[in-house]
Design a protein around this ligand. Structure first.
Ligand code: FAD
Length: 440
């Protein structure tokens, strides 16, 4: 494996971004998709040093009335926390949670005939709908709708768009099925375990090997490229046939992210104290407010009250910070390539639900889209999804030939291929399958 950066991991790296002794996950932090992945969950990563840390609850969603809606591991407990919307939650999630392995086998796959067609069709009828529509039909209260909107906003799409419900459903199912864990010691530990596993199989990972052009690569029967379409065009030069190249050129990138990492003197002083039980906290208030926030980046703007995805790993993993101190990260979606500053708006959102937060800050790191792309060339304009995941780029991604390219033996394996972004390993799994099929 040739890695351009000086440390392996891509979106799974950690570093002392703020102060000595504070370990921050530079990109991904919450690994619901790893522990649910039909491929990754089978790997013996624990034998290579990986330890999972499961927060008491996967998710909290605080509201302005000082309470929080909780996504608990237990579906019943979650339904109970939703009060009048408990029945709606059971109707929406019950069958999906009961058969989560069947569901994820089909959901984490390229387009094709599902293994469980009737069950998957039942999921599909809900998943295809815009999150706004599904939330309003299953939930009557602000609490249920807000919880669903926060989950759906991980899609990085306006929540009025088709398929935004899919992301919400899958994340909630994952929370009930397996949890939303952190890697003990930071996301780099997940990478370290994967590298050790590759080495145990005879592979090697070479860092500081940035590949400018395919010409640089040693002869190989199969080459799997973990890059997005724009990078493939650059690397392949004139070798790509015109029609395929044009299709790649038409591939659209989505909004970027603007991320803050904090070193904290003390835990976040949440007004809704139950937020301290959760590894992830969604800061955006009501469905309407989150919808407004998620529409803005697509119009080249950022909401004054941006929806912030927030994590607090050190509450559950003491190795992340010096004794008694803490770490947290929070990011919001901004227009692709955005060059403005929304650090203040992000901290205001945290402060809204945790008055006194600012006084807890000992150090901060700020990364806008440009810093994100410098950290990892796959984050084009700060897009963390390898390209927008709207309907016509969700299934046939990045082109109808998916992992295969017109160059014999050259395959794409990044999150620009199905089943799209997130740390689940399935893009690589299916790219490897395509390569094996070619040489069978
Ligand atoms: C701020 C942020 C938070 C996130 N949070 C989560 C989360 O909590 N949970 C989750 O599941 N996902 C999360 N994600 C998304 C997740 O990180 C990505 O979906 C995932 O890492 C994509 O994997 P990938 O293999 O496609 O690409 P990457 O992980 O981006 O890896 C691509 C690798 O290829 C290398 N590379 C690129 N070009 C070249 C070249 N020419 N030569 C050599 N090497 C090259 C890069 O250096 C990089 O190491 C987050 C992402 C970000 C940025």
């Amino acid at each position: 494996m040739l890695e351009g950066a000086s440390t392996p991991g891509g979106g799974m790296r950690s570093a002392e971004l703020t102060l000595p002794g504070f370990v921050h996950d530079v990109c991904s932090s919450v690994y619901a998709m790893v522990v649910c992945s039909p491929f990754l969950r089978e790997l013996p990563l624990d034998k290579h040093g990986l330890q999972w840390v499961f927060p008491t609850a996967p998710l909290a969603h605080p509201l302005d009335d000082g309470t929080a809606v909780m996504l608990h591991h237990s579906l019943d407990e979650t339904a109970h926390s939703l009060g009048a919307d408990g029945d709606g939650y059971r109707r929406l999630m019950g069958d999906l949670v009961a058969r989560w392995q069947d569901l994820l086998q089909d959901a984490f796959a390229p387009p094709g005939i599902p293994k469980h067609p009737f069950f998957f069709a039942k999921f599909g009828m809900r998943a295809i709908r815009p999150a706004t529509s599904l939330a309003r039909s299953y939930f009557q209260t602000e609490r249920g709708r807000a919880l669903f909107a926060g989950l759906a906003a991980h899609s990085i799409l306006p929540l009025e768009k088709l398929t935004t419900s899919a992301v919400a459903l899958i994340l909630a199912v994952a929370g009930h099925a397996a949890g939303w864990p952190f890697a003990r010691g930071g996301s780099q530990q997940l990478t370290a375990a994967l590298v050790k596993y590759i080495e145990s199989l005879g592979g090697r990972v070479l860092t500081n090997c940035y590949v400018e052009s395919l010409e640089q690569l040693p002869p190989a029967r199969a080459i799997l490229l973990d890059v997005t379409p724009r990078q493939l065009i650059r690397m392949a030069g004139a070798k790509l046939p015109g029609s395929y190249r044009r299709n790649l050129e038409q591939f659209k990138y989505g909004p970027g992210v603007y991320k803050l990492d904090w070193a904290l003197h003390q835990p976040v002083p949440w007004r809704a104290t139950e937020c301290a039980q959760a590894g992830t906290v969604h800061l955006g208030g009501t469905l309407e407010e989150i919808c407004e926030s998620e529409r803005q980046p697509w119009k080249g703007k950022v909401s004054d009250r941006p929806y912030v995805l927030f994590t607090q790993a050190s509450l559950f993993d003491g190795s992340r910070a010096p004794a008694g101190k803490h770490t947290a990260w929070g990011y919001c979606h901004v227009p692709n390539g955005f060059s403005g500053n929304v650090a203040e708006a992000i901290e205001k959102q945290v402060e809204r639900f945790a008055p006194g937060f600012r006084e807890c800050i000992a150090g901060r790191s700020v990364m806008g889209p440009a810093e994100m792309e410098r950290h990892n060339p796959n984050l084009i304009g700060g897009d963390i999804g390898g390209g927008a995941a709207y309907l016509n780029q969700l299934f046939l991604r990045p082109t109808a030939s998916l992992y295969r390219t017109p160059l014999d033996g050259v395959f794409l394996c990044s999150s620009s291929t199905p089943p799209a972004p997130g740390v689940h390993g399935m893009c690589g799994y299916f790219a490897a399958e395509a390569a094996l099929k070619r040489f069978a």
